[in-house]
Design a protein around this ligand. Structure first.
Ligand code: SAM
Length: 412
């Protein structure tokens, strides 16, 4: 399939044009439904619908609010308005109360808010401890996808790890909501199904092999940071390798941010399948204090490094690892006059990091080489860079997560 064909079926958004009906609820009805005046803990992960759900509402009834702030979907104006509304009721809490939160841009993607009347978090924790488990009202609201400006959210995902009374409560809310669909049913976009996206037979085998090896090392958390084995993402990688292997006998691959080693392992296999395996170099600091991206529950640290190296070993891959931040690691490669045909920028996605990574990668790229930018949809600082690349480079492939460019016009 060409990129044009993929674009035509909505490939680069990851969603189809089809809609399906789901149940929604607003805060006022939610309180009525569960018949409480207060919610002790509200978790709200509703993909941008948090603005409509919380904005302008009286929120004094919530003790603790843990929420995702989808500032990319919502835009700066709405997010700042929402934050201004939230600070009327809450203090921002991150182990301790944060005083400067309201002035930060971009804001953190995950925020924890503690009702102002609990002057210190300890007071809140003590109160929670005093409540009997059955009295603890925990509500989880999780969204599916915002669709064409409508608020689309539903109560979902009852985490099995929750105490049983909370699970029961969440189940009850779900049941009532399901039985009362009038006025609540809205349409949401269905996720696009990529199961029919064609890949090379050798690629299919590699995916299975890497998944099996990763699962044996990481167990259920094998894919917490990557998605590299999803078909639409593999398709982008495969397109880049096909193009490079038609003009280069050897492909040197550099990856910034290798994490659990999934994308590195996959790329190594794809390049190996094309009989073009050159150098494999990874830059990742594996911070000892742990690196956590977005709402992930697993920290990337030295144990992750050990596991990534175990994964490479089990797949018989010879990966050279530079254990440093990219600003240092990339400079050392530039000073060593290294050249790479394919570079995947997937390290820190915020601030000046993506820009610095791209700038230094342009110094390292070989003739007709390809640079891939990761997570352009989720991170504004990558999105800005993608806009720049769209204007100045030839796009080789793109999906909702990764955009790949032939940057040969810039080579010295
Ligand atoms: C999303 S993970 C990469 C996922 C990986 N490419 C995959 O798909 O399998 C991001 C990685 O970037 C690393 N990282 C964070 N800050 C970095 C920096 N300044 N330079 C290089 N890597 C960094 C983190 O340690 C983490 O392993």
């Amino acid at each position: 399939m060409s990129n044009e064909e993929l674009d035509a079926v909505g490939f680069d958004h990851g969603f189809s044009e089809e809609y399906e009906e789901i149940t929604t609820i607003n805060l006022e009805d939610l309180l009525k439904l569960i018949n409480v005046e207060r919610i002790n803990y509200l978790k709200c992960d509703i993909e941008g619908a948090e603005y409509d759900f919380l904005m302008g509402k009286s929120l004094d009834c919530i003790d603790f609010l843990s929420m995702e702030l989808h500032y990319i979907y919502l835009g700066k104006e709405k997010v700042l308005a929402l934050i201004a509304h939230l600070v009327r009721y809450f203090n921002f809490y991150d182990g301790s109360i944060l005083s400067d939160f309201a002035n930060r841009w971009p804001p953190p993607a995950i925020v924890n808010l503690i009702n102002k009347k609990f002057i210190t978090p300890i007071l809140y924790i003590n109160r929670i401890k005093k409540l009997s488990k059955s009295a603890l009202k925990i509500v989880f609201i999780r969204i599916l996808i915002p669709s064409k400006g409508k608020v689309v959210f539903c109560i979902k995902k009852i985490k099995n790890t929750l105490p049983e009374p909370a699970q029961l409560l969440a189940r009850t809310v779900l049941d009532i909501a399901r039985e009362t669909p009038q006025g609540w049913a809205v349409q949401r976009l269905k996720k696009k199904d990529y199961s029919q996206l064609p890949l090379l037979a050798s690629t299919e085998q590699s995916i299975l092999r890497i998944r099996e090896a990763a699962e044996s090392i990481y167990g259920i958390s094998w894919n917490f940071y990557s998605d590299a084995l999803r078909r639409e993402i593999v398709h982008v990688f495969e397109t880049c390798v096909k193009r490079l292997s038609s003009s280069h006998q050897t492909i040197n691959y550099l990856e910034i941010g290798s994490c659990q080693g999934l994308s590195m392992s996959l790329m190594a296999h794809l390049i190996g399948n094309a009989n073009a395996l050159g150098k494999l170099v990874s830059i990742d600091p594996y911070f000892s204090e742990g690196y956590v991206e977005q709402n992930n529950q697993v920290a990337i640290d030295k144990t992750t490094r050990e596991n990534a190296h175990r994964l490479y070993k089990s797949l018989q891959l010879d990966v050279e690892h530079i254990e440093d931040v990219s600003s240092v690691g990339l400079r050392s490669l530039v000073c060593g006059n290294q050249r790479f045909h394919l570079i995947y920028i997937d390290g820190a996605h915020e601030g000046m990091n993506p820009l610095r990574d791209l700038g230094l990668s342009l110094e390292l790229i070989a003739e007709n080489g390809i640079i891939m930018l990761d997570d352009h949809r989720t991170y504004p600082d990558v999105k800005g860079l993608k806009d720049l690349c769209d204007r100045h480079f030839e796009k080789v492939a793109e999906c909702w997560k990764i955009a790949a460019y032939d940057v040969s016009g810039t080579v010295r």
